[in-house]
Design a protein around this ligand. Structure first.
Ligand SMILES: [Zn+2]
Length: 701
């Protein structure tokens, strides 16, 4: 049992002082802000607004020409240290260009344009391979430096080894080194082929997207706004099997079991005709690569450097997670069963895989008692965002100020400058694109455009993040948790203190990546916080205590099922990629997946191919377990906080998370959190909030 740290009154007072949104209502002006930032050697990386494709083409060429001009002078650099830093930043900037074009593909909301921008992105990426990573002279110098890195900092060393790895891979891939490293060369070539086949596999899933047509009656139970947003033809509404969001809505709300069954079957049969043909060569290539490479399995390649680094440990971890979740899962399962019996007025019933979402949701909605729409009416998206930003400022010391005239791709998009309150320093650019538009994706997600970097001359480039969503007016209750989760990814990027993009923020180790966002989800389970972010549209009053508490129960329902699904999905990924299954066929692997769902979740239709969907076969490559790890770490952080009397919203816990975890990017390991986080929080409690505890600063406030 840990001892509680001392709690100083001064800190509480400071907490109050900094919590006042003193400047947050003053909107910034883009030009003035840019000028001030550039005086401080800080620059932003905004999302570009192109007039047309010619416009973007010219911009891309200008960028590439600039990069090209900077490559040769690198070799003139006498200092190894400066050489390496300049090279790393150049590589990072090219990556940003690639990501910029990916973002353009998302914001275009037009399938054809999206495809063109994806091609441009690929073009920029190929350009960097050809003109940077395959440069032998750069590679050789990097190789020399990488032999004597002891004098460099931990961060520089990690950057050098990451960069060197990339150069070395590309050297092997280029023909001229083929003889010198034939084995690695063959592996690299096979990997390239594999990549092409895997892309093809994913493309086949979206190419073979099935349209399901439902009558209004068949969609009974779904929200009217949702139905209105669907394509309507000849008396039927279109649901696309590849749209995760649409299928999820049907699974949650469609009253008719037949509708839910059809939707699930379509999702789990996506690309079933094509996938098996592509699967065979993919599996053969993977087995061949692993054999040549000498590593034991596909899964093993991915675990290198993570907290779980062997297959045996991973399997044990996942089985333990199943065990730990068992009771909660069974409890929810019986709630769903009970609900189904009541609804059908039967004394016995069975819960099927297409049932659990629906009946748990029915049960949960009854917890709300009032009309759920009445409760949801309390969460207009703009108000929720404003109040959430206020809480983020209190907890993490990160303030968001709107930039009223920032150039944006749609007039409804809003842009914010994030600032560290303690350091009075800008730390990021954040866009919210939350309004529906014609042909816009219905998904709700975060995208990082770039991460923080700082060059040898102290020139700072801030991270940029974008939150995409699709909300008419209120945020649906089931999206509240996701909202905090997605904002969590942005805060991770904004909290970085590292010099290299490739190591900063969300470029963290994969097993930590989802931990902080999952921790942020717990904000949705704090009833007083829910009150603060809620407002009745007419009376302006927040949810009552009782309503807010019932909303928490509603939001908690289904969590054990979600976690169970994550663990089973992680097991599926693991089985596909583990050594023991190296010679198994696609069909055999699918049988294993069906078995896992049968034993640990709900049996699926035996005709389905669950391994083809959810990016199991191609995509997560056995890394799906990072979600399960995210839950464990999030729980650990909450628990440690609780030991010191700190809630997930408390400034001391928040500052410790920012300073000790989020700021460290890829330097942070999950084991360090396990070993040091409690002590870190204890010292934070003793010393107060960094930078604000001195009397001088207190007066300024
Ligand atoms: Zn996430």
């Amino acid at each position: 049992m840990l001892k509680r740290g001392s709690v100083g009154l001064k800190i509480c007072l400071l907490g109050f002082l900094i919590s006042r949104p003193a400047n947050s209502e003053e909107a910034l002006s883009w030009d003035q802000m840019q000028a001030e930032l550039s005086e401080r050697k800080i620059s932003l990386y905004p999302v570009q607004s192109f007039k047309n494709l010619n416009d973007s083409r010219a911009w891309i060429e200008a960028q590439l020409a600039d990069f090209e001009r900077r490559i040769d002078p690198l070799l003139q650099e006498e200092s190894d240290f400066r050489f390496i830093i300049r090279l790393a930043h150049l590589a990072d900037e090219i990556n940003s260009l690639v990501d910029q074009l990916e973002i353009q593909s998302i914001i275009s909301n037009d399938p054809l344009q999206a495809q063109l921008y994806s091609k441009e992105s690929q073009y920029a990426s190929d350009w960097s391979t050809e003109n940077l990573y395959r440069r032998e002279d750069l590679y050789l110098r990097l190789k020399e430096i990488s032999k004597k890195t002891a004098r460099f900092s931990e961060e520089d060393q990690l950057m050098i080894s990451t960069l060197f790895q990339r150069f070395e891979d590309e050297q092997y891939r280029s023909m001229k080194d083929a003889k010198a490293a034939s084995q690695s060369f063959v592996v690299a070539r096979l990997l390239a082929h594999l990549g092409t086949l895997e892309d093809e596999f994913n493309r086949s899933l979206s190419d073979f997207d099935t349209s399901l047509w439902f009558s209004g009656e068949e969609l009974q139970g779904l929200r009217p706004e949702f139905i209105e947003s669907l394509k309507y033809e000849a008396g039927r509404y279109e649901i696309r099997a590849a749209s995760w969001h649409q299928i999820k809505q049907l699974m949650l709300y469609a009253d008719r079991a037949h509708t839910r069954r059809r939707a699930q079957l379509a999702l789990l049969s996506l690309g079933a005709e094509v996938a098996p043909f592509l699967a065979k060569p993919i599996l053969q290539l993977r087995a061949e690569i692993v054999r040549l490479d000498g590593t034991r399995s596909w899964a093993f390649n991915q675990l290198d450097g993570l907290s779980i680094d062997t297959e045996a440990k991973l399997e044990r971890f996942l089985l333990n997670s199943l065990e730990a979740n068992k009771e909660a899962f069974e409890r929810e399962r019986s709630l769903a069963l009970q609900e189904k019996k009541v609804q059908l007025r039967k004394s016995s019933a069975v819960i099927y895989s297409h049932d659990w979402n629906y009946y748990l949701e029915r049960y949960a909605l009854r917890l709300l008692e009032d009309d759920p729409a009445e409760i949801e009416g309390h969460f207009p998206i703009e108000f929720v965002i404003e109040k959430t930003f206020e809480q983020i400022e209190k907890t993490f010391g990160i303030r968001f100020q709107e930039i009223h005239d920032a150039p944006v791709w749609d007039p409804q998009v809003r842009a914010y400058l994030a600032t560290s309150v303690e350091r009075s320093e800008p730390i990021g650019l954040y866009y919210l694109d939350l309004q529906p538009r014609s042909r816009k994706s219905t998904d709700f997600f975060h995208s990082s455009l770039r991460q923080r970097s700082e060059d040898a001359d102290g020139h700072l480039k801030l991270p940029t993040g974008i939150l995409f969503g699709n909300f008419e007016k209120e945020i649906p209750l089931r999206f509240l948790r996701i909202l905090f989760h997605e904002i969590g990814h942005a805060l991770h990027d904004f909290s970085s203190r590292l010099k290299y993009q490739s190591l900063s923020g969300t470029n963290s180790k994969e097993d930590f990546l989802e931990a902080f966002p999952i921790f942020m989800e717990s904000w949705a389970l704090d009833w007083q916080f829910l009150q603060r972010i809620s407002r009745h549209p007419e009376t302006g009053r927040p949810l009552s205590d009782d309503q807010a508490k019932r909303l928490v129960s509603y939001l908690q329902t289904g969590q054990a099922h979600e976690l169970q699904a994550s663990v089973v999905d992680a097991l599926v990924d693991f089985e596909i990629h583990r050594t023991a299954n190296r010679d198994k066929s696609y069909e055999e692997l699918n049988e294993i997946a069906l078995d896992l769902y049968r034993s640990h979740f709900y049996p699926l239709n035996p005709q389905t191919q669950p391994i083809a969907t959810s990016s199991h076969f191609v995509g997560y490559s056995s890394l799906y377990w990072v979600y399960v790890m995210g839950h464990e770490i999030a729980e650990l952080i909450t628990e440690v906080g609780g030991t010191y009397g700190e809630s997930p919203l408390s400034p001391r816990l928040g500052r410790t998370i920012v300073g000790r975890l989020l700021s460290r990017g890829r330097l942070l390991t999950v084991d360090q959190i396990r070993n040091d986080f409690a002590a870190d929080l204890r010292s934070q409690c003793r010393n107060g909030i960094e930078g604000l505890s001195s009397p001088k600063r207190l007066k300024e406030n």
